[in-house]
Ligand binder design. Structure first.
Ligand code: PLP
Length: 427
């Protein structure tokens, strides 16, 4: 498509956009009485207007039924997580039996590693991307230490090459090959939070399995942002949060995926709780743990209903729109942002100032663009905030912009460009 950086053109694209009306179904923060340009759905998705009534329904049923709400609530609390499963499974390309909503992301990573990081004297290493999200680094380091290995020896980080921001897949595959006799687990973010680079999860899963390792992904930046096929790719396990692209509210309940091929194996070690116990006999309160033969086995506790109500509101909307339509819009929306940033960058360079370098690889990305504004520091980010744009800043030098297809518009991108140009022009 031949883009133009004009308001008219942006409005034309909005008019032609079948998802444009969804924007009205979200609550936008305001700046000087005007909606902000919200580019931070990769950090905390906006609140759907419907969320309040979903949560209110549970408050009402709690008031009306007390403990009997577990059974009598309109959406009974006992099986409440099940209302989320199918819709979530569609988003990540899984069977319903492979997905469960529970806990929080880092908690789920740990619980899944209890089952899927089973180091032996021979195979004990974990391969991950360098500069993984800090919580993932701490989780991996603590798992390694917990099993009595040294972090330096057991944790293999794959780094970008000198002067580059992104990983080369050939370097990932080379590292897998190099450590193939000692590799227990590959645990990578499906999308790197910093660069926005999307990894070839299918290829990495195949290479990992060929090397005899288990393969898991952190999909915090993948779920709701990318077309995922966890089942078909044969991924062993995955976990993600629901408050970023999935719009389920701050700290809301997270997701976990365990591939069907592991369900029958009841010998897998796990940290158990009563919610992972066979539903038919759970309330016999017997001391013998009878594992559910689906991903629900990994549940420990009864469900956080209010968080799940918010998640249900958000997933109902995803189900209505469908990932294919979202991805189609996402591609054009992000390409438009790329176009606008490149145009502004060219003007900056022509005026003798620093370029705006997009470090996110164009063939391996979701909706996020990570921008290094050469010659500019965090001050540029601060000025964007002061002028009603909300991107985010990641140390040491990156401004992340994520136009989210569910609620961002082409006009948002035009306005972003206009504000950015003005700030740069004023210097
Ligand atoms: C956002 C994010 C987290 C956050 O973890 P919580 O347990 O939800 O606090 C972890 N890992 C990655 C890759 C993230 O992007």
């Amino acid at each position: 498509m031949n883009f133009q950086n004009t308001l008219d053109f942006a409005k034309q694209l909005d008019q032609a956009d079948k998802l444009h009306a969804y924007r009205d179904r979200f609550l936008f923060p305001a700046h000087n009485n005007r909606e902000v340009v919200y580019f931070t759905g990769n950090s905390l998705g906006l609140q759907p207007k419907a969320t309040q009534s979903y949560i209110q329904e549970e408050l009402n049923d709690w008031a009306k039924f007390g403990v009997e709400g577990h059974v009598l609530a309109k959406h009974p609390w006992m099986p409440y997580h099940e209302f989320l499963t199918e819709k979530m499974a569609k988003i990540v390309g899984a069977k319903s039996s492979e997905v469960v909503m529970m806990n929080q992301l880092t908690v789920n990573l740990h619980l899944l590693m209890v089952s899927f990081y089973r180091p032996t004297k021979q195979r004990y290493k974990i391969l991950c991307e360098a500069k993984a999200f800090p919580s993932d680094q701490y989780a991996l380091q603590s798992q390694v230490k917990f099993h009595g290995y040294s972090i330096d020896d057991a944790l293999i980080e794959v780094f970008p090459r000198e002067g580059e921001y992104c990983l080369r897949h050939e370097d990932i595959y080379e590292a897998i090959e190099k450590h193939k006799d000692s590799l227990a687990l590959i645990m990578i973010g499906g999308v790197n939070y910093f660069s926005g680079q999307v990894f070839d999860m299918k290829g990495i899963t195949e290479a990992g399995h060929k090397a005899g390792a288990v393969v898991g992904f952190d999909l915090a930046h993948g779920a709701g942002n990318l077309k995922l096929n966890l089942h078909d790719w044969g991924v062993d396990f995955a976990a993600w949060c629901s408050y970023k692209y999935l719009n389920s509210g701050p700290g809301s309940v997270a997701g976990a995926f365990v591939h069907e091929k592991h369900h029958a194996n009841t010998d897998l070690p796990l940290f158990a709780g009563w919610w992972g116990h066979d539903k038919e006999t759970r309330f016999l309160m017997d001391k013998t743990f009878v594992p559910i033969k689906t991903a629900e086995r990994w549940q420990l506790s009864n469900a956080p209903i209010f968080a799940m109500a918010a998640c249900r509101a958000a997933l109902d909307m995803f189900d209505e729109v469908g990932m294919d339509a979202l991805i189609a819009k996402s591609k054009t929306l992000t390409a438009y942002l790329e176009f606008v940033v490149k145009e502004i960058s060219a003007k900056e360079v022509a005026a003798g100032r620093g370029a705006l370098e997009i470090i996110t690889p164009s063939e391996h990305r979701g909706c996020q663009l990570s921008i290094v504004a050469h010659g500019q520091g965090k001050a540029l980010y601060n000025k964007l905030i002061e002028n009603g744009v909300i991107p985010d800043w990641r140390e040491p030098n990156v401004i992340r912009c994520a136009p989210v297809p569910m609620y961002n518009s082409y006009e948002d991108i035009y306005r972003f460009g206009e504000i950015l140009s003005e700030i740069l022009h004023k210097g």
